[in-house]
Structure formats: structure tokens, C-alpha cells
Design a protein around this ligand. Structure first.
Ligand SMILES: [Zn+2]
Ligand SMILES: [Zn+2]
Length: 336
């Protein structure tokens, strides 16, 4: 478990407000506050938990602001460690909640599907991926109980300015980790809020949902987004403020490292598939993972499979592998 850092003024009217994620190895989400002439805006909100809400409100107090003074919150993406406190923030303030339209669509879809239906759908996907039936039974026995995120009320597109008088804060659409992931560029202070798109040590998860979708290319989008963010005019002098771990500089080098990591994974999968056709389960379980495959629970294995599926989609787009066999039990094979 990571130690929770202190609330910190970063200068230029920007504050770092770490919000704990109880029981999660990530430890905390950095929520950031950016002051403007007519009140501050938050970037993300943090996990939905009493301790997290307490940390956020105490952090705001230390920064000299009350919750009711928050003008709005821009969400980098829909994941619960970023959006969990939206409901409580809304109750306590008149804040608008902004998000990219592609993630607004994901939230709508999550909210319109009952949790049991979602679990059944994932179980069907795991079956098609070749997961053993005992594995699927374990998955279904521990259903996902996390409530879907609260909806945002303000769509914010690529390049749009955040409504924050006196500041130049713009959205940079960086799809990949989620379809509507946003980085926020504070050009007047050479700061970039990177969300989960670029982290200094971890390579963010990029998954294909549903697992067997034969359209879309989230990893391809992610790699394009890595290149794009490294091309910001002040990329070399930016200080990056990520949602986890710690702040960093050297954005172009870090995006090159992250890209290199995925290119290596793509090569490893293509090499594996040159030995013969394999199901998603077979490819995923034969790869090396940060945590040993044998020690992973069904939920982690589902995440690993979604990551593998995203790589296979990119390899298909690059014509390095192709699908064979029935659509309800596909196998992949390297193209000769
Ligand atoms: Zn995330
Ligand atoms: Zn996160």
C-alpha cells in the first residue's frame, strides 16, 4: 500500500489533493484544484468512500476553499477512482461536472445495464475466450457490486477550454485507457494533468470491451494518443501531474517508453501465434504478467484477457495476425 502524500500547493494557484482509495493497491488518486478569478475548478473527484470524501473536504479547507465554492469538476475519465465522489460533490455544491462525450456514452451504457446482466455478459465473453468453466463459476460467484458512475452534465470535446475565468485550461482528448480519456493542459503554467494516460512508473491498462469485438482499436488509439501528447508545443518543459504515483517531467521520453513497452508485447504475442492458432485464454495465460498468472483471481484474469484482446486487435489492424474458427470461439493465428 502506498503512503498517502500530503496536501500540497504547487504554485500558480494549483493544489494537489490526494484522495485515498481504501483497500486498493494504487493507494490514492491525486485530485487537483486549479484556482481562477471567480472560484476554483477540480480535476477529478476521487473514490466514493467516507474516508475519501473526508480527505477531499479537508484538503479543500487546507487550500482555503469550501466545497460549496467549487465551480465545477472536469473528469479525466469514467473510472471509479476518478468519478466516485461526483454525487457527494453535487449534493454539497452547484458544481458542473464535465466529461468527454465518449466516456459520457460509456457511463450511460453502464447505468442502463443491471449489474447481474453485466456479470452474465462478461461470463459469456470469458466462455468464448476459452476460460475453463470453474474459472467462470468463480467469477460469477463474486459479482461486481460497484455502483456505476454518476452521469456528467457537461460534454467537453477535444481542444475545448474549461470554463475557468482567468486561466487557460484546455482539454486534450487522449483515447485509449478509456474511450473519452482527457488530459488537461494548463498552458499558462506549463502544467499537464495527465490523468491515467501517462503515469511515471505504471503502464496504464488498455483493454478491449467486449473481449471479442472485431471493430475499434483501443490500443491503436492509445499509441496514437501517446504520440500526440508528446507533441504539445511545450512538451519538453511541462511538469506532468498524473492521477497516481508522483509528478514528473520528461513527457516525450515517458511516452516513448510506454509505446516501447506495448510494441514489445505486440511482438511477443505475434511470436506466440506463429507457433499455431490459440484462443484468447491460451494467449493470455502463456504471456508473462507483472503478477504471476497462477496467483491471479478471475477478475484480474479478465483484465489481463482484455489487455491481450486489445493487443490482438492492433495486430489484426496491422495485418500481423488474423482470426480463425467460429465467431463464438475465435482463435488467432500469425499471418505468414
Ligand atoms: Zn483509469
Ligand atoms: Zn486511476
Amino acid at each position: 500500500m502506498n503512503d498517502i502524500p500530503q496536501v500540497e500547493s504547487l504554485g500558480n494557484g494549483v493544489w494537489s489533493l490526494p484522495v485515498p482509495i481504501p483497500g486498493n493497491p494504487l493507494g490514492f488518486t491525486f485530485v487537483y484544484l486549479v484556482e481562477g478569478h471567480e472560484g476554483p475548478v477540480l480535476i477529478d473527484t476521487g473514490w466514493n468512500h467516507d474516508d475519501s470524501w473526508k480527505a477531499l473536504t479537508l484538503g479543500l479547507e487546507q487550500a482555503g476553499h469550501a466545497v460549496e465554492d467549487i465551480r465545477g469538476a472536469v473528469l479525466t475519465h469514467f473510472h471509479p477512482d476518478h468519478t466516485g465522489l461526483v454525487g457527494r460533490l453535487r449534493e454539497a455544491s452547484d458544481a458542473w461536472i464535465a466529461m468527454h462525450p465518449a466516456d459520457i456514452a460509456v457511463v450511460e451504457q453502464l447505468r442502463s445495464t443491471a449489474p447481474e446482466r453485466r456479470a452474465e455478459s462478461i461470463a459469456a465473453q470469458l466462455r468464448a475466450a476459452g476460460f475453463p468453466s470453474e474459472e467462470i463459476d468463480t467469477f460469477l460467484a463474486a459479482p461486481h457490486v460497484l455502483a456505476p458512475p454518476e452521469p456528467a452534465d457537461l460534454p467537453i470535446d477535444d481542444g475545448a477550454s474549461v470554463e475557468l475565468p482567468g486561466r487557460d485550461l484546455r482539454a486534450v482528448w487522449t483515447p485509449g485507457h478509456s474511450p473519452g480519456h482527457l488530459c488537461l493542459h494548463l498552458a499558462d503554467a506549463h502544467l499537464l494533468f495527465t490523468g491515467d494516460h501517462v503515469l511515471p512508473g505504471i503502464t496504464p491498462h488498455v483493454g478491449q470491451f467486449p473481449l471479442h469485438a472485431a471493430e475499434g482499436d483501443p490500443l491503436g488509439d492509445f499509441l496514437t494518443s501517446q504520440a500526440a501528447i508528446g507533441l504539445l508545443p511545450d512538451a519538453d518543459v511541462l511538469t506532468c501531474l498524473p492521477s497516481h504515483e508522483s509528478r514528473f517531467t520528461g513527457l516525450p521520453e515517458r511516452t516513448a517508453e510506454i509505446t516501447g513497452h506495448h510494441e514489445k508485447r505486440l511482438d511477443a504475442m505475434a511470436a506466440l501465434l506463429s507457433e499455431g492458432p490459440a484462443t484468447l485464454w491460451e494467449v493470455t495465460s502463456r504471456l508473462s504478467w507483472k503478477r504471476a498468472w497462477e496467483t491471479m483471481g478471475p477478475r484480474s484474469r479478465h483484465m489481463a484477457a482484455s489487455e491481450t484482446a486489445a493487443h490482438l486487435r492492433t495486430l489484426e489492424e496491422r495485418a500481423r495476425v488474423s482470426r480463425t474458427g467460429p465467431a463464438d470461439r475465435p482463435r488467432w493465428i500469425a499471418t505468414p
